[in-house]
Design a protein around this ligand. Structure first.
Ligand code: SF4
Length: 289
């Protein structure tokens, strides 16, 4: 997999975020530069490129492009032979329903990483997030309806300043209802210089830790259910490397981690694979083509 950074910086104002303070305003690379880089990766044998950026969804705004990311993806799919294109994290407010039409092209990986950060509207407001839980849920519903077998993954911060027991419970319950394919949980950690670090009602460290544990358990259960849905299915896997135990490990386009035992060299090969069972948190597959 090749990572292609298409923009840097961010114009949002999440109160906990140090990244935007360090990286400055959003700025994007010209489309032609990105296309040239992806073409070079394809010529070198690359099977998958991941578009990245601090605020990927804002791609092109500083260049005066309307729907810049949408247009960039269309261009990359039309003007390169890249087998798979994956998107990294996207702020949910940067997306609209039309965006999901891009997945009519099967080369676009069916994974959306949409940072939620909190499942409680009051906490979201204090975080400076530009979305409500209802808007987030609606967006995910539309995305799932448009993209079969989509993996929706997310980030959640627990123990944000002012997060009461009731607010944490609301956040937990919202996440429980969303059935994410993967959940990254971060106990809040104050970053000097950010607005959140100066907020009152900082949550004690042991409470943050306990909430992170509970949320991670929930995430593990959801990931397990997502994996289990695909047992018995045949899917394309891009194999990455052989692990120390001799098993090859790779990813489906919808971000399922698969392992298999094989004699030959599978590195960087995209193969049809039957998913047989789940063991130790991984799908076990059999290469069939
Ligand atoms: S959108 Fe991301 S990078 Fe931008 S301020 Fe919020 S957390 Fe930071």
């Amino acid at each position: 997999r090749a990572f292609v950074k298409v923009q840097d910086g961010c114009d949002n104002h999440c109160t906990y975020c140090i990244v935007r303070l360090l990286r400055g305003p959003a700025h994007s690379r010209p489309v032609a530069d990105v296309v040239a880089e992806v073409r070079a990766f394809v010529e070198a044998g690359c099977q998958e490129a991941v578009l990245t950026g601090v605020n990927l969804g804002s791609y092109g705004r500083d260049l005066g492009l309307a729907n810049g990311l949408h247009a960039l993806i269309v261009t990359l799919l039309a003007h390169t032979d890249l087998p798979r294109l994956r998107l990294s994290s996207l702020e949910p407010w940067d997306l609209d329903e039309a965006f999901f039409g891009l997945w009519e092209n099967p080369r676009l990986c069916r994974q959306l990483h949409l940072p939620l950060q909190a499942g409680c509207d009051e906490t979201l407001r204090r975080m400076g997030r530009r979305i409500t839980t209802a808007e987030f849920a609606r967006l995910v519903e539309v995305a799932r309806a448009a993209i079969p077998d989509l993996a929706v993954t997310t980030d959640v911060i627990v123990g944000f300043p002012g997060e009461t027991c009731a607010a944490f419970r609301a956040s937990y319950d919202f996440v429980a209802g969303m059935e994410f394919a993967r959940l990254h949980v971060f106990p809040y950690s104050p970053r000097p210089g950010t607005a959140a670090a100066r907020l009152p009602d900082q949550v004690p460290r042991q409470v943050r830790r306990a909430r992170a544990c509970a949320m991670r358990e929930l995430g593990a259960e959801q990931a397990s259910r997502f994996r289990q849905r695909f047992v018995g299915r045949e899917m394309a896997v891009l194999w990455e490397q052989r692990r120390h135990d001799g098993l090859w490990t790779g990813l489906t386009d919808n971000y399922l981690r698969v392992v298999t035992r094989a004699e030959g060299n599978l590195c960087n090969r995209l193969t049809a694979t039957r998913l047989l069972t789940v063991q130790n948190g991984y799908l076990v597959g059999e290469v069939i083509g």
